[in-house]
Design a protein around this ligand. Structure first.
Ligand SMILES: [Cu+2]
Length: 129
């Protein structure tokens, strides 16, 4: 009887390990990125983070959707990493030093025009297009 219980425990444990490794989770993080440049910055950086499989970023809404391995990272870790890029991430405030490194227009609230709607993206950012 004891052996049967042990087998069951082992089976359950290996199942949960398997489930953790197999399943990617998705989290949507509200950032305050404003333009195509912000998007590029995140799309370049985020997939390099530990445990991140892929990400999408919506310039209109500033929402970053990250597909990640829950065994390797967590939404909280991802938010902190986003803040270190210089952007607010839900309730986590942008890292001030990182934000100071961003092009000026990328730090403007969208309500103040952000980078504006210049064709070709970030006119006035001083970036090359
Ligand atoms: Cu920007």
């Amino acid at each position: 009887m004891k052996k049967v219980v042990l087998c069951l425990v082992v089976a359950l444990m290996s199942f949960s390990v398997f489930a953790q490794k197999a399943a990617y989770q998705k989290v949507t993080i509200q950032t305050n990125g404003v333009c195509e440049n912000c998007k590029k910055r995140m799309m370049d950086q985020v997939p390099q983070w530990k445990g991140v499989k892929s990400c999408t970023y919506d310039v209109q809404t500033g929402k970053l959707e990250v597909t990640y391995d829950a065994a390797l990272t967590s939404p909280e870790t991802l938010r902190i990493s986003v803040s270190k890029l210089g952007y607010d991430a839900d309730t986590v405030k942008a890292d001030a030093a990182a934000r100071a490194q961003l092009p000026a227009c990328c730090t403007k609230p969208k309500s103040q025009g952000g980078c504006g709607n210049h064709s070709g993206g970030c006119g006035g950012c001083g970036h090359h297009h």
